[in-house]
Design a protein around this ligand. Structure first.
Ligand SMILES: [Zn+2]
Length: 241
């Protein structure tokens, strides 16, 4: 049992160090992630602008071509009108010409709308590209910052992680679950050694009779004030990280 208590305490020591290393990194990893996400979003917008611009240009040139064809048709109708033999044929050609002119007017309005849309899209694209360039610059700075921190703490962190795995093998699943639960509830500190007759987690005095029991290192005690796992001073002294 003593060995299990030592392993629990060792786990706490290692986790505390890991917590401190992670604190050094702070919210940098999250910041980098969210900037990468924003960058993807902005790049997607730029792509959408490009797609819409291309489609607009194609649609516009189709309408322009069709307008030219209609203009040619009108010219043809006008020439035919000079050669018709009666009013009925003349009126029929006039109606055809009116239809063609109306269609041309519709196309012209559409072409104008495409031009307007294209201007707006180009403006948006310029803005998005500016955002993108700023983001890329900012992101590179943050990544560099993170790289520097990882370079100085990475090895230490992976050593600690290996030792943590070793400590975990010595700990029963139910104890580990209890440890994890208390750690989550108590700001990262689940195991508290007795120090000067008090729980070192909450500084409340532990009754002398209880201290004697804890000293036996033969079962797991919980601080009745803070709910942390209490271990003897002896465990704390003997367990070196
Ligand atoms: Zn306590």
């Amino acid at each position: 049992m003593k060995h299990k208590l030592q392993s629990l305490y060792l786990l706490q020591l290692l986790d505390t160090e890991l917590d401190e290393l992670r604190e050094l990194r702070g919210d940098l990893p999250e910041a980098v992630n969210s900037m990468e996400e924003r960058l993807r979003f902005v790049e997607q917008r730029i792509e959408e602008c490009d797609t819409a611009l291309k489609k607009g240009a194609v649609d516009r040139s189709t309408k322009e071509k069709e307008s030219l064809e209609l203009i040619a048709k009108i010219e043809k109708y006008r020439a035919q009108q000079l050669e018709v033999h009666n009013n009925k044929e003349y009126d029929a050609l006039t109606r055809e010409m009116e239809v063609a002119e109306n269609t041309i007017a519709t196309f012209e309005a559409e072409i104008e709308a495409y031009a307007e849309q294209s201007t707006q899209l180009k403006d948006s694209k310029v803005q998005f590209e500016k955002d993108r360039d700023e983001l890329i610059k900012e992101l590179e700075e943050k990544r560099e910052e993170l790289r520097e921190i990882l370079a100085s703490t990475g090895q230490e962190e992976s050593d600690l992680a290996v030792r943590r795995e070793g400590a975990l093998k010595e700990i029963d699943e139910d104890y580990f679950q209890m440890y994890t639960r208390i750690r989550g509830a108590k700001n990262g500190k689940a195991v508290a050694p007795i120090r000067r007759g008090s729980c070192s987690g909450c500084y409340n005095i532990v009754p002398p009779q209880r201290i004697l029991e804890i000293k036996k290192n033969d079962r797991l005690f919980i601080c009745e004030h803070c709910g942390r796992i209490l271990v003897s001073e002896e465990i704390a002294l003997e367990t070196k990280r």
